[in-house]
Structures are given as C-alpha cells and as structure tokens.
Design a protein around this ligand. Structure first.
Ligand SMILES: Nc1ncnc2c1ncn2[C@@H]1O[C@H](COP(=O)(O)OP(=O)(O)OP(=O)(O)O)[C@@H](O)[C@H]1O
Ligand SMILES: [Mg+2]
Length: 338
C-alpha cells in the first residue's frame, strides 16, 4: 500500500477545537479541554469527556482549558489534546506526516504564534501553515474575499471577538478584544450574585445564556430556574433568571465589543465603508448565536448585519476550503516554515 499524505485543517478555539480533513469536511468538533492525572502526567480524557469532568475532579486529576483568549496557555496539554484528536481521525501507520493548516487570532504576538506552530510540528506535522482566523471565518461564511469590494466579518467565539474589513483578498483593518462567550457566562454569574446573593456555576450560566439570552429587549420574556448556593447561609437555593437579566448582565461586555466594532468602522476607508452599507456585516462564531445580537449591532452601527449560516463552523470551513484550494491557501496563509 502506498503512503497517503493527508492534509488537516485545525481551528484551535478557546472553547472548541475543530478538525477538517481534505476531501471529508469537518470530521470533529470537541471542547478544548484536557483531563490529566497530576501525579503521572497521563492524559485521561480530552474533548467532551474531559469537559464533563470540569469542576468535578478528585485531587489527583485536573481538567483544564489549555487555551486562554485564543492563545496557548499550556503548551504540553494543547499538544496532547491535538495529538489525541488527530489520532482519532487518522490511522498513523497508513499515512505519511500530514500538512497542517491552523487558524490563529490576528492580534497574536510572535511568541504566541511560534507556540501554535510549535504545537503543530510537535504533533507530527510535515508542514505547518498559519491562517488568520478572521480571513478563514470570512471565506467560510461565503464572503468573496478576492473581490475589489469591502466586506466585514465579526467572529465572536468563546475567548475572543475578532473583526476585520477585507478587500482584494487581504485584511484592510482588523481588531480583536478578549471579550466573548465565556465572559458573558462570567457576567451572568456575577449579575446573579449581586442581584440574588446566590452563586451559580459557569456551566449553568452558559446554559441560561443559550436558552433564554438575548442582546436586545425581547418582546417575550423567557425564564429558567437555576440551582445555586446562597452566599449568606451556604444552602442550595433556586433562582429564576429572565431574558432581561441576561441582557443586563452582558450589556457592558457587548458595549466593549461595540466600541471595537465602531473603531474598526472609523478606520475603514470611505469607499469600503460604503460597500459595507450595502452589503452589510456578517457575524460568525458560536458566541454570535446569542439572540438578537445582529439587531443590537445593526441598531448601534446603522448597518445591515447578518448571522452567517452555521456560524460555529465558519472558521474551520474557511480553513478547509483553503486546504482544498491551494491558490486560496497560498494567498491566505501567513507564514510557512520549511
Ligand atoms: N446558542 C448559543 N447562544 C449563545 N452563545 C452560544 C450558543 N452556542 C454556543 N455559544 C457560545 O459560543 C462560545 C464558543 O464559541 P466558538 O466555539 O466559536 O469559540 P472558539 O472558536 O472555541 O473560541 P475563540 O474563537 O474565541 O478562540 C461559548 O462561549 C458558547 O457558550
Ligand atoms: Mg473561534
């Protein structure tokens, strides 16, 4: 049997890691979490299985998120996570070393960038290509990035919100802010603590956000009951959380993201800005699925705003399309190390 070379695309997100295989599409999407035995250093679980362990581990086990705000915080754990996931999709013996395209935030430092590249080589890649995630998100959202027309993408993930205005296959203006979905969860925990003197878990807060959260006042108020712990007496207590609670809880964070969006628009050349007025702004990333976020941004900017189809997969699809089309890859890749 001949040696088959496989090309792999990776979206290494703060909350989720997604893998694309050439010719197969998105083959895997799992939480960016690793569970490790503290004594032996052995990896006990990765992805979904490890996420379930968060906050529930005995003393000798640690379940951790190896990425913080889009950058690698724990090199060893990230390497082992990627290795474990790649080995699920590729049988090692059958294939030669893969080429890996991996997305990176646009505001990443050189040191952080080298860490991503290093991790990819350490997992056994033959070549590593880095691709800016806003570019990948735009391509994956179906934006014709090569056109001589302005287009804007805003990707709201778990750890970072990134935005860019693109034209002629390049990034004209881009900004990133380390406020996104995971911060919204923390905001909800804090708000309920202040309002009800009850502490709820971040996982519960995330569920509340997904189920009833909204960025603008909704016509219909939804509510959910959540179990927490009363801070005064330490006893379990059930609190009722409404859509309006979530909106108020995340408002400051949304306004911080809004400031960045406005700055990006201010720095956009007028010709491109007028294209945006007609074509609108596209939202991607799972964090942008919060209800009415498109309306919130549209109200604030006066521009049309659309949520991309399948927003959680835009980046990985963009990475995948660049693997399938070498011309796109050559233009979009940032660096290549031989
Ligand atoms: N239906 C939903 N409504 C609101 N938020 C959601 C929904 N589904 C998922 N999220 C949030 O999306 C976030 C994860 O988004 P995503 O998977 O795009 O992030 P990531 O790519 O891992 O992170 P980053 O790009 O910041 O490094 C989480 O905070 C999650 O709570
Ligand atoms: Mg992302």
């Amino acid at each position: 049997m001949g040696i088959i070379s496989k090309d792999i695309g990776i979206d290494l997100g703060t909350s989720n890691i997604r893998i694309h295989m050439k010719g197969k599409g998105v083959v895997l999407s799992e939480p960016t979490v690793v569970a490790i035995n503290k004594i032996t250093g052995e990896v006990l679980a990765v992805g979904n299985q490890a996420k379930e362990m968060l906050g529930r581990t005995p003393e000798n086990i640690v379940a951790l998120r190896p990425l913080k705000s889009g950058v690698i915080a724990d090199f060893g754990a990230t390497k082992r996570l990627i290795q474990a996931l790649i080995s699920r999709v590729i049988q090692k013996s059958l294939f030669s070393k893969p080429r890996i395209v991996i997305s990176i935030p646009s505001d990443i430092t050189d040191v952080e960038e080298r860490a991503v590249e290093g991790v990819a080589y350490a997992t056994g890649a033959k070549d590593v290509y880095l691709m800016e995630s806003v570019m990948a998100a735009a391509i994956g959202a179906g934006i014709q990035v090569e056109e001589p027309e302005g287009a804007m993408i805003i990707d709201i993930g778990g750890g970072t919100s990134e935005m860019a205005v693109l034209s002629l296959g390049g990034i004209v203006v881009s900004h990133a802010i380390r406020i996104a979905g995971e911060k919204f969860d923390k905001d909800i925990v804090e708000y309920i603590k202040q309002k009800c003197n009850v502490i709820i878990g971040e996982t519960e807060a995330e569920e509340v956000k997904k189920q009833i959260g909204a960025a603008t006042s909704a016509m219909t108020e939804d509510k959910v009951n959540i179990k927490g712990r009363n801070l005064s007496n330490g006893l379990p207590e059930t609190v009722t959380i409404t859509t309006e609670d979530v909106r108020l809880a995340i408002l400051d964070s949304l306004n911080e993201i809004m400031k960045m969006i406005k700055l990006t628009l201010e720095q956009t050349p007028p010709e491109l800005a007028s294209d945006l007025m007609t074509k609108g702004i596209v939202l991607s990333g799972s964090g942008s699925q919060i209800k009415n976020l498109d309306r919130f941004i549209s109200n604030e900017t006066g521009m049309p705003v659309y949520l991309a189809e399948n927003p959680s997969e835009c980046v990985i699809r963009g990475v995948g399309m660049s693997l399938d089309n070498i011309e796109v890859l050559k233009k979009a890749i940032k660096t290549k190390k031989d």
